[in-house]
Design a protein. Structure first.
Length: 436
């Protein structure tokens, strides 16, 4: 039988046994081997070191191979590497939970494995909360352009996209509301916020289990930022409707936006918060879902159907918890480093903003972003970002634009010289960018 399919050659020199994520293998050159990391630098098997201007998928909060985090993990590995968390607890988990509760006002900490699972737990908790109260609600509201992870529940609340397409018919329905993204010198933001709030008010007329959002910045959806006052208005509406508010802070949390939680900077108090990425300083995969005491209370009682029957083999892994405590130690030892990072971007970004290939400039904490001026269509498949990525990489800087959206998301430890190199590389890359 013939299928009519041509064998598709795997691109040059890819490892025969690896299947990399988010990678169109045929059109992507072989992956380079990295042998060592230190601070903001990645050392490759061949060639000069690269400045990691994206914190390796937004995780390495304090830089590569940070000695404080590395030592904490090593010590924990030699003490207790893992224990079944349903029978036992351990000092690292208890310390971390107390510290996070104290810093956020959310009293309960549920551990899982990554950002997607932290979101799954938040969604399941919200839906079961209503179920446990005897007032089941199924509607979930999410925002246009959202990205919450790649597992089925997280995909369902995320925007439908190229990534989700094969699964779209299987994803549960979610009510969608516009996300009034803004940028420097945006004259229309108030009108677009009002439209979004009007839509949200309409959506909330249907009893709603929860509204989920990425506070201050939608990451994978294109580094799309909103103003704190919009999020405060959303919270007010959610409270009026008696619904729950979930903040997915997998990217935005843990100092990325200038405060421990982006919600704190935005001036909102969600019922559930999902954390990952910078939580363990990018050393180990771990997720946390924080919940208010009012959420937790509905899961108590002798009726077994009230229990949150959810868990993972590696729940509250002691190495992950040790890494997270060390990551928090580092944030607390030098708060100015994350609280004032935005100023370091600001001066450099102002200069870049004048470049003719740069538009819709935006900045939040450690994250600076803009859209490329191109002739192509806006979005993830716009090839201009890939071309820029190559040009910038030739200058020793690693970026990974999302289509035509370019961003810098460096580790906190990046030096001023290294940050200058990132901006210089962007400048010369933009000068050399074909088209226009
Ligand atoms: N939520 C947000 C806001 C994210 O940015 C991501 C990852 N980029 C996730 C959830 C999913 O996290 P993970 O990749 O660890 O599953």
């Amino acid at each position: 039988m013939t299928t009519g399919l041509q064998a598709c050659p795997v691109s040059r020199n890819h490892h025969p046994n690896l299947w990399p994520p988010f990678t169109s293998i045929t059109t992507t050159p072989a992956l380079e081997q990295v042998v060592r990391g230190e601070g903001a630098l990645l050392y490759r098997a061949e060639g000069p070191p690269l400045i990691d201007a994206i914190s390796s998928w937004w995780v390495t909060l304090h830089g590569h191979a940070n000695p404080v985090v590395a030592a904490a993990i090593a010590e924990q590995a030699a003490t207790l590497e893992q224990v079944i968390f349903a029978e036992f607890t351990h000092p690292q988990a208890e310390r971390l939970a107390s510290r996070l509760a104290q810093r956020t006002g959310l009293d309960r900490v549920f551990f899982s494995d990554n950002g997607s699972t932290a979101v799954e737990v938040a969604l399941k908790t919200a839906v079961q909360w209503w179920h446990n109260r005897g007032e089941p609600r199924q509607q979930l509201i999410a925002f246009d352009g959202a990205y919450h992870g790649d597992t089925f529940g997280a995909m369902a609340v995320g925007a439908r996209s190229l990534f989700s397409e094969p699964f779209d018919p299987m994803l549960f329905p979610v009510r969608r509301v516009p996300w009034p993204q803004t940028h420097w010198n945006d004259q229309t933001v108030e009108a677009s916020e009002q439209r979004a709030l009007d839509d949200l008010a309409l959506a909330l007329q249907t009893p709603t289990a929860a509204v989920i959002l990425e506070p201050l910045i939608q990451g994978a959806g294109g580094m799309r930022m909103v103003r704190p006052q919009f999020l405060q208005a959303v919270e007010q509406q959610v409270r009026r409707a008696g619904s729950l508010l979930i903040a997915d802070e997998v990217l935005a949390g843990f100092g990325r936006c200038g405060r421990l939680l982006a919600s704190q900077r935005a001036g909102i108090q969600p019922d559930l918060v999902a954390l990952s990425k910078g939580l363990t300083a990018g050393f180990l995969p771990m997720g946390i879902t924080m919940a208010s005491e009012a959420i937790f209370q509905e899961f108590l009682g002798s009726d077994p159907t009230k229990t949150l029957w959810h868990g993972h083999s590696f729940t509250a892994n002691p190495l992950g918890c040790a890494a997270a405590n060390a990551s928090l130690d580092l944030l607390e030892a030098d708060p100015a480093c994350h609280e004032q990072f935005e100023q370091r971007h600001q001066v450099r970004l102002e200069r870049l903003a004048d470049h003719p290939r740069v538009q819709r400039v935006r900045l939040c904490g450690t994250i600076a972003a803009f859209d490329l001026v191109t002739d192509g269509e806006q979005g993830y498949l716009n090839p201009a970002g890939k071309v820029l990525r190559g040009l910038v990489r030739d200058q020793g800087v690693l970026i990974r634009p999302l289509g035509d959206v370019v961003y810098l998301l460096p580790p906190l430890c990046i030096s001023d010289d290294q940050l200058d190199q990132c901006y210089d590389a962007l400048h010369s890359g933009l000068d050399a960018l074909p088209g226009r």
